[in-house]
Design a protein. Structure first.
Length: 282
């Protein structure tokens, strides 16, 4: 005989249990993950930060440009003498057939080089270069800028600027303007703005000058020639090589004039270049 057990229905849940169940359902509903709306890219924190940084940077650069004092050409000192017409050819001044060649190794920041250019060279030019006895050849020995921590090497950049001037046939004009406007070594004599003003005063085409200086090719050439100076035994500026004989130290017009006469050894001055006759008028 089989015996059976009478089933008993479970009591209904209490009010507390029902409330707990309802709370659990609401929590589950609230915790459900819904797809987030795609945020516009312009509201991305990284994009906002980048744009803000660019705006601030542009403001700083703009302020620096507007507040930077400009250098007036009227504030510069003109050279003591003009470059003789018809005697300059790049970095050479004088007639090709002159019996004496004077190589001038110099630094545009060097005080002694400035004295040489302002006080000694002009009378030498009138007494020996213009008559055809001697000619000058300028060489770079850009030493002084290495003594500064400024990444803008004033010696090298000034020499590069003069090479840019040579491209326009104005090497000796720029040479004279630079030496006339020394205000000290590594103190801003040839800072970018002042160097540009000097180039303008010397008569350069400024668009061509800016393009030339931006290339940095001549700065590399200046450094290369400065290394050649050291290899040639040039360690101080100014140094003169008069027909290959080295002269250093403070030299007067008479000292260099005597050296020119000795180097010429009785040679006659080079004749002036024959002028090209004007074409006949038709």
């Amino acid at each position: 005989m089989t015996t059976g057990r009478k089933s008993v229905d479970a009591p209904p849940p209490s009010r507390r249990a029902r409330r707990a169940e309802q709370r659990a359902e609401r929590v589950a509903q609230r915790s459900g993950v819904r797809p987030a709306a795609k945020q516009p890219i312009w509201r991305s924190p990284m994009v906002v930060f980048t744009v803000a940084a660019l705006i601030v940077g542009a403001a700083i650069v703009g302020y620096a440009l507007l507040s930077r004092p400009t250098v007036s050409t009227e504030s510069l000192t003109p050279p003591v003498a003009e470059v003789p017409a018809g005697l300059s050819d790049g970095r050479t001044l004088g007639r090709v057939g002159a019996p004496v060649t004077i190589e001038i190794w110099a630094d545009f920041q060097c005080p002694g080089c400035g004295q040489l250019a302002r006080r000694v060279e002009p009378p030498l030019i009138s007494q020996f270069v213009e008559p055809g006895m001697a000619r000058f050849v300028f060489r770079d020995a850009a030493f002084q800028g290495a003594n500064s921590s400024n990444p803008w090497d004033e010696s090298v950049e000034a020499a590069a600027a003069v090479r840019c001037a040579a491209d326009q046939g104005l090497f000796w004009q720029m040479h004279d303007w630079l030496f006339a406007n020394q205000i000290g070594e590594n103190v801003g004599s040839f800072a970018p703005d002042r160097l540009r003003a000097i180039a303008q005063a010397a008569g350069l085409d400024m668009a061509a000058y800016d393009t030339c200086m931006a290339s940095s090719n001549y700065a590399a050439d200046v450094r290369s020639e400065t290394n050649q100076a050291v290899d040639s035994g040039v360690h101080v500026t100014p140094t003169l090589l008069i027909n290959g004989t080295l002269y250093t130290g403070n030299m007067s017009v008479k000292d260099i004039g005597d050296a020119i006469v000795a180097a010429a050894g009785g040679a006659t001055p080079a004749p002036a270049a024959a002028s090209t006759p004007a074409p006949p008028t038709p």
